[in-house]
Ligand binder design. Structure first.
Ligand code: PBG
Length: 331
């Protein structure tokens, strides 16, 4: 007669598996939870009416005219999503990105329209020139170089025009030196002292922005962004960048991208204990979507795992194209 080996033959004081035995006990000891109100949902706003153009490299993401962006913001809000982040596809581009400051450009129009619809929808605007310049750079080119101070001046005008349209938070994404202080001063002088700044403080020069540049039509026509965005190899430098932005008046600091930079998120959160955002960028989204479409990965599970781990690393706010899907999954 064969006997099964009896259990508890090992004399173990601790058995980690005791707390993993059932969904209820796992929930009891879970350390990290997600909530839809920590998600920010990016929207790409274009000219026209009734326009919805799918972005090929980002299934489920579309360029939307203002009327449809309002609908999307309303739907996201109804699902509990914390806020929207607006990017613009302007009607015209020039070498100084004038349309970035145009009160009737898509972003400014969308801010007004969303706020008219429901002033409780939190509206964040991306402040940069790359969608607005004919050369696709984030700043103004002088003698073949991206000029810091001239670019900051133009970026300040853009930020003020977003505030004037009614944005709650402006989010400068350029990584030029001194722009947070310059924006804070201009906002305060314009009586926009209550408009917050979410700084793309530690923004890396990343290949993971590829799909976004299709969505926002913002790829540089020559060169790259290495002279202003950070080298992926550095994280002490990220702390210096974040510290400067906090000193200049940033209310929220961001690390971007998220997944390959979880260590940076953790360091920033631990050192500064400041509201910290992480941007789960287009390439991170596209990789998961592509694998899921091929049947290579379980998309809903991988999505929640990604977002949970970004949160676990220390992010208080997650900017993600999955915001609505994840909010529905959490409902
Ligand atoms: C604009 C900007 C970029 C992203 C957000 N703001 C692109 C870039 O810096 O080239 C990337 C977002 C994403 O990939 O999802 N400067």
């Amino acid at each position: 007669m064969s006997t099964l080996p009896s259990e508890a033959t090992l004399d173990l004081v601790r058995r980690g598996r005791r707390l993993r035995r059932s969904p209820a006990i796992r929930a009891l000891v879970r350390e990290t939870r997600l909530s839809p109100d920590m998600f920010i949902y990016p929207l790409f706003v274009c000219e026209g009416e009734g326009v919805r153009r799918e972005v090929g490299s980002m299934p489920g993401v579309s360029q939307l005219s203002v009327d449809l962006a309002v609908e999307e913001a309303r739907a996201a809000r109804a699902e509990g999503v914390g806020g929207v982040l607006l990017f613009g596809l302007p009607a015209y581009k020039d070498d100084v990105g004038s349309a970035a400051c145009d009160p009737d450009a898509p972003v400014q129009a969308a801010v007004r329209a969303i706020k008219r619809e429901n002033k409780d929808i939190l509206v964040v605007t991306d402040v940069c020139l790359c969608e607005y310049t004919s050369h696709g750079h984030c700043g103004i080119i002088v003698d073949g170089e991206i000029a810091n101070d001239a670019s900051v001046e133009q970026i300040v005008h853009a930020a003020v025009s977003h505030a004037a349209a009614g944005a709650d938070i402006v989010a400068p994404s350029d990584m030029f030196d001194g722009r947070i202080g310059a924006i804070r001063t201009a906002l305060d002088h314009g009586r926009f002292e209550n408009v917050a700044i979410m700084s793309y403080a530690a923004k890396y020069c990343s290949a993971f922005y590829g799909p976004f540049r299709e969505a926002a039509d913002s790829a540089p026509k020559f060169g790259d962004r290495r002279t202003h965005q950070m080298d992926p190899a550095n994280s002490d430098e990220a702390l210096r960048e974040v510290e400067e932005d906090i000193e200049e008046g940033a209310d929220i600091v961001m690390v971007k991208p998220a997944l390959p930079y979880l260590d940076v998120i953790r360091r920033v959160k631990d050192v500064f204990q400041y509201p910290t955002a992480a941007y789960n960028v287009s390439g991170e989204y596209a990789m998961l979507k592509a694998a899921a479409r091929n049947g290579w990965i379980d998309e809903p599970r991988a999505m929640m795992e990604m977002l949970t781990c970004i949160r676990r690393a220390g992010a208080d706010i997650i900017i993600t194209y999955f915001a609505r899907d994840a909010a529905r999954a959490l409902a």
